[in-house]
Design a protein. Structure first.
Length: 67
């Protein structure tokens, strides 16, 4: 994961614990999870809209040559 080993991850965890404190860490994790979930949903919605537009365009192209 990004070239980080177990010692580096431990150091990052200790520094985060010192900066934010043990009570704030779960709140930050929860906020990060919600943010990632909403981002994933937004990307999925954008993909759905793109697929829908492509289908509409393909349907329009199929109708035009038959005129």
């Amino acid at each position: 994961m990004f070239g980080l080993g177990l010692p580096e991850m431990g150091i990052i965890a200790v520094v985060a614990l010192l900066i934010f404190g043990p009570k704030k860490i779960p709140e930050l994790g929860n906020a990060l999870g919600k943010t990632l979930r909403s981002f994933k949903d937004g990307v999925g919605l954008a993909e759905d809209e793109t697929v829908e537009k492509e289908k509409d365009r393909d349907n329009d192209e199929e109708v035009k040559p038959g005129d």
